[in-house]
Ligand binder design. Structure first.
Ligand code: HEC
Ligand code: HEC
Length: 294
């Protein structure tokens, strides 16, 4: 370390590099008073100029009544509003086209079809997933919309009608039917109910029936009108196919007996009053695309 004896105010110089120090010292380590590199200074000056320009053009400084507005009058609110207006306008154009078309026509127009699929998917998550599940796989009492087992029909037009008017909903055009409470209203005796339950099970499982089982007969008189002579379901009544492995309320003997004693009469709400028609069409197209559409 070299000290300058002649000038008491002169800063210390570092012996190794010969550079003046700032006088700051930490545990024997001293800070050299090197000038900032030139490139760094230039970047700094450019930033200052840029900042000054920014204050002129854009909102910057807080004031008592809000903030400086800047000469461009830019705000993030107007920018958001403009981009949203653009989206709405673009959506509106498609929505208007969908409005005037049948679901079948939408399906046949590649552009509208893509739009409807995307829109339907979003609207499904918002309105339908609570009951049918996000992936539309359903659950106990809520039909799976991905399979080709339909209560009320899997054609685009059928699906559209179901969504619009619902099933056993409060809409006057609702799809409706009531499976009778055979047990509760003593239309069938418990022994008959047990026999017909075995018969129903045999439709899907090929299980052997007891020789004295009268299930087939009981089924023919009491059930076939809705579920079909072969038990494969009846869509005018929303009566499920009983001859497959897909069950709405469960396929054990106890569950089948429970349905005969106390039918559930599942309710699907009508959406006509809650969603615009173009949205219902988009939903129908989306549900139809899920794999089970006919
Ligand atoms: C409150 C619960 C609930 C909500 C919400 C709901 N559903 Fe349903 N949905 C049901 C039930 C229950 C059924 C079965 C009705 C029956 O047993 O006939 C059903 C049936 C259906 C069917 C007929 C299935 C078939 O096999 O024929 C379609 C299609 C359908 N829903 C679509 C939708 C769409 C699309 C939405 C959203 C806009 C929606 N659902 C919202 C409860 C609901
Ligand atoms: C008036 C029409 C009608 C008649 C008659 C009828 N059902 Fe049903 N059945 C339905 C409907 C509709 C459903 C759908 C569930 C619901 O909403 O209650 C159903 C559902 C069922 C289910 C549940 C299926 C599943 O997937 O979980 C079983 C089991 C069943 N019926 C058996 C019978 C038997 C057995 C008889 C005769 C003793 C019978 N039904 C008579 C209309 C009928």
């Amino acid at each position: 370390m070299v000290t300058n004896d002649k000038d008491p105010h002169a800063k210390e110089r570092d012996a190794f590099s010969g550079v003046e120090t700032t006088g700051h010292e930490w545990d024997g380590i001293k800070e050299l008073n090197n000038p900032a590199p030139r490139w760094w200074l230039w970047v700094f000056f450019v930033c200052c100029v840029w900042a000054a320009g920014y204050w002129v053009f854009y909102p910057a400084w807080p004031t008592l009544s809000g903030n400086t507005k800047g000469s461009k009058n830019w705000t993030s609110h107007t920018e958001l509003a403009a981009s949203q207006a653009e989206i709405t306008a673009r959506r509106g154009e498609f929505a208007a086209q969908i409005q005037g078309k049948t679901v079948e026509e939408i399906k046949n127009s590649p552009e509208l079809y893509q739009f409807a699929l995307a829109g339907g998917k979003t609207m499904f998550k918002e309105n339908c997933a609570a009951c049918h599940g996000t992936g539309a796989a359903g659950g106990n009492g809520y039909p799976n919309l991905n399979d080709d087992d339909w209560l009320w029909g899997g054609k685009l037009e059928d699906i559209y009608t179901t969504i619009k008017f619902g099933a056993r909903s409060t809409h006057e055009q609702t799809r409706t039917s009531q499976m009778p409470a055979f047990g509760k209203e003593a239309m069938l005796k418990p022994a008959e109910i047990a026999q017909v339950a075995d018969y129903v099970l045999s439709l899907s499982s090929k299980a052997e029936l007891a020789a004295d089982n009268k299930g087939a007969e009981i089924f023919k008189t009491n059930c076939a009108a809705c579920h079909g002579a072969d038990g494969k379901g009846g869509r005018e009544f929303g009566a499920p196919n009983l001859a497959d492995a897909i069950w709405l309320y469960g396929g054990s003997k106890a569950e089948i007996i429970a349905q005969m004693n106390n039918p559930r009469h599942g309710v699907m709400p009508a959406w006509e009053a809650r969603l615009p028609d173009d949205t219902i069409k988009q939903l129908a197209v989306y549900v139809h695309s899920l794999g089970g559409g006919e």
